[in-house]
Design a protein around this ligand. Sequence first.
Ligand SMILES: [Fe+2]
Ligand SMILES: [Fe+2]
Length: 367
Amino acid sequence: MTEEHTNDVEGLIELEEILPEENEESSTVDMAPGEEKVFLLENPCTQRLIHSFTTHRMPWVLLDKKLNLLWRNDAHATVYPEFKPGDNFIAYFYKYLGEEEVGHIYRSILSKEQGYSYQGKLEYKTVERAKIIANITLSPLFFDPDGKDTPTGFVCHFDDVTSDIQNILQQTFKSLLEASKLKDNDTGNHIERVNAYSALLAEFFFRKRSFPQIDQDFINDIRFLAAMHDVGKIGTPDDILNKKGPLEPWEWDIMKEHTKNGAFLLSTYPNPMAKEIALSHHEKWDGTGYPYGLAEEMIPLSARIVALSDVYDALRSKRSYKDSIQHEGARAIIEKGIGSHFDPRIGKAFLELDKEFDNIYSRLADS
Ligand SMILES: [Fe+2]
Ligand SMILES: [Fe+2]
């Protein structure tokens, strides 16, 4: 590849071609790859950068011109331990960035007009750890001994914005939840308890590796989205919602609509788990639930977990039309529903965790 080609699309294609090849001789700098690495790492300017960023709180890495990782600081090693020196940035993060974004990265870092730099967002996750969302910036280094105007390497820093984005997301959900609470008779503590039982079950399954779809993000999500199960009641008429006696069949039909209404309300929200829970938390394992009579695995796992949590708490709680039931009584009713109302694995997990359910109920009891 000639130096002139690095500034245009032709250069992009050629850079893509050379990136995976570790031992190809460099042409923008007349050095073998090993020498180039030493030159970059031992350059006084690089050394000053390394000195400045070694203990920096933000993950920071040094890449060669083919985007291979030459050096990383401690923060980076902690947050992204799997991306190690010698790994290629694109090859490693390809599945998180996607083909289109990778093309954008190449175009940006080869473009003089773009300042040989790139800014973008990276969503990175592993099964063991929750998703990390970071704004990433690639900036060029110019240490070419021949004084050529093309980057000899890049610095990349990762600005973690996960909590900022999640806070915004949670606030969006919370505002809908608060609106629904104005209508619903259920207490705020009921919602908190259903969140806690659901997270307890999800953590149990994560430890046992019972369901491949349960990872740290699933646990974090269900911990605050279980609360959304009845937001659809915002559309249920007050006289049905607050009726003291048993509902007539036609009233039940209207009451059941809260599942579909919840799904409708949450359909444009970014996390699909909220919609799943609202729509399917009254489905039953044997297919006799509502609104669609889904059975077994057709019911989303999040909704199957919330179904049990919600029923346990409803049994324990005093309502205008019923007295509260003590833990042992509620446990027996749930046990009876295993395999018919409840997913057998979730039911069995409840039987193992039942004391913790009782503890959560007492800790977050209605005042
Ligand atoms: Fe409900
Ligand atoms: Fe509920």
